[in-house]
Design a binder for this molecule. Structure first.
Ligand SMILES: Cc1cc2nc3c(=O)[nH]c(=O)nc-3n(C[C@H](O)[C@H](O)[C@H](O)COP(=O)(O)OP(=O)(O)OC[C@H]3O[C@@H](n4cnc5c(N)ncnc54)[C@H](O)[C@@H]3O)c2cc1C
Length: 483
């Protein structure tokens, strides 16, 4: 069953508990903090099944239709099809929705390629993983993941004074039907707009944390689950003209609280297993496929950032200056580098799970590292190109409501070939992308969504063929000796 955008919006009115400050939001699809972003996600639901996209974005299996982001890739062609699906979704939102509906399914596709890993944790967990995959794809569901534990409360092997004092989500009781969960999980990006949240651990767990290793997916309207999103920027957007990106693409980030939440055994894929709670993502192609999607999404955003640089240079009439051309060339080279790194992941695909073709791990982690380390610098370069343009503009677009002020504005703010309104529109967009509160959140997102910087380095460290590289040193030294 493939949902329409309207069906998707209707499905979010399900009694979920979302708190903006102390306010309990009745309906995220109409609330001023979330409604436009909800409609952006609905747009994805509509477009992916539109006639012009179906051949790529929908696949058929046993007479049923599913979104291609659930296609389990068995060839390079399948990977190319998945890539094009991710790319189209990211292009519709300019890469500004990090956890679009195709992000978490990429994790699930990788995980379900290795049911044996889950069966090894406990009999039946392998089937649970397969059934979860089928459940998501058959119902066209939007799931997010919260696999980070609250800051300040995660020191493997040093839970003080006892696990019960930790705010971290854990199993507090279990019986023949399932487990009871209590505690907090971070950070459910887009959770407000999802049907289910997957909870687990991408950070290492240590002795004493066994009950925190629980991994399962829970409907967001399950009794006892509540979402506590950060300040919703959409609510404070002045207008689409003034904050065009905040207006449509604030995907939100939430702390997810569990209070006596019951989860049946059939939904659980990991429990009481310190090593596997994290390793499942790394041994299976889950982490690799999900972050490949993130690379593709980042590239679409980078195109907008570099495009903005070109447009700002034109607007400021500085494009003829060789130094400015050099700066644009630097940005263009960076953007093309990432494009090449992503295509290389598909070209050099590998069989990380038997019978499947998944993207090249080393190249994916290199691209992930590239994105998280270069994003801030790229934004800084474009902000420098923008100069003070944004600050020369009036406070907001209400001046256009007053014909006399609008005429005065046009007289003094326009330049040859550009109206004042066109310039204001461009600089408003630029500031929303690179300077606003929405932009500040994106700076943090690109630094952290896949983990902190030191972990980003380690992914590349662990996947490097050190024997091969160090062998070159041995080889060259073996050809000579002291006289
Ligand atoms: C906007 C945003 C969206 C997010 N979305 C999601 C999501 O959808 N799902 C999800 O599960 N998580 C999400 N995250 C959480 C993300 O996974 C974490 O922020 C990330 O793993 C870092 O963890 P932390 O924030 O707890 O920082 P900490 O682990 O507390 O680290 C704080 C700082 O200390 C440094 N540090 C800590 N330990 C070391 C060390 N051993 N060596 C060197 N430096 C160290 C880190 O590099 C970092 O600079 C999101 C985060 C952000 C900011």
């Amino acid at each position: 069953m493939l949902m329409s955008g309207q069906e998707y919006l209707d499905s979010l009115r399900d009694g979920r508990r979302v708190y903006v400050g102390k306010e309990l939001v009745e309906d995220v699809t109409s609330h001023p903090a979330f409604r436009n972003a909800a409609h952006s996600f609905a747009m994805i639901y509509d477009r992916k099944r539109a006639p012009e996209n179906r051949d790529v974005m929908i696949f058929e299996e046993d007479g049923e239709e599913f979104s291609t982001y659930y296609l389990l890739p068995r060839s390079r062609e399948d990977l190319l099809r998945r890539h094009e699906t991710h790319r189209r979704i990211a292009s519709w939102t300019y890469g500004l929705l990090g956890r679009s509906p195709d992000n978490f399914p990429a994790y699930v596709c990788g995980l379900v390629m290795r049911p044996d890993l889950f069966e090894g944790i406990r009999k039946g967990f392998g089937d649970n993983m397969v059934n979860f995959y089928k459940h998501l794809r058959s119902n066209d569901l939007f799931a997010c993941h919260a696999v980070t534990n609250p800051q300040g409360a995660r020191r493997p092997g040093a839970v003080e004074p006892s696990p019960e004092d930790s705010p971290t989500l854990r199993v507090t009781a279990e019986d023949s039907e399932g487990v009871t969960l209590n505690g907090l999980k971070m950070i459910g990006t887009a959770a407000v707009f999802c049907h289910e949240v997957w909870i687990g651990n991408l950070q290492p767990m240590g002795p004493g944390q066994e009950m925190e290793t629980i991994t399962c997916s829970v409907p967001l309207n399950a009794p006892g689950v509540s979402l506590w999103p950060r300040k919703p920027f959409e609510k404070y957007a002045v207008s689409e003209f003034d904050n065009p990106l905040t207006w449509r693409f604030d995907e939100s980030d939430s702390a997810v609280l569990f209070e006596d939440v019951k989860v049946p055994w059939e939904k659980i894929v990991c429990h009481d297993d310190l090593a596997m709670s994290r390793n499942m993502y790394l041994i299976s192609p889950g982490h690799v496929l999900a972050n490949h999607q993130a690379n593709i999404r980042f590239l679409e955003k980078l195109k907008l950032i570099v495009g903005l640089a070109g447009a700002v240079v034109d607007a400021n009439n500085v494009g003829h200056i060789p130094a400015v051309q050099g700066t644009l060339g630097q940005l263009a080279a960076l953007q093309a580098s990432l494009e090449g790194m992503i295509m290389g992941q598909i070209q050099a695909c590998e069989e990380q799970a038997p019978g499947f073709q998944t993207v090249n791990r080393r190249y994916m982690y290199a691209a992930l590292h590239w994105c998280s380390t270069n994003h801030a610098q790229i934004c800084d370069i474009v902000r420098e190109l923008m100069g003070g343009g944004f600050f020369q503009m009036p406070a907001d677009s209400s001046i256009f409501e007053d014909p006399k002020m609008a005429a005065t504005f046009e007289k003094y703010w326009s330049v040859q070939g550009q109206t004042g309104k066109e310039r204001m529109k461009l600089f408003r967009l630029g500031w929303d992308l690179l300077g606003s509160e929405f932009a500040g959140r994106h700076m943090q997102y690109e630094k952290f969504y896949a983990g902190p910087g030191h972990v980003m380095n380690l992914y590349s460290y662990f996947n490097c063929p050190w024997d091969e590289l160090k062998g070159l040193v041995t080889e060259i030294m073996s050809g000579y000796d002291a006289p």
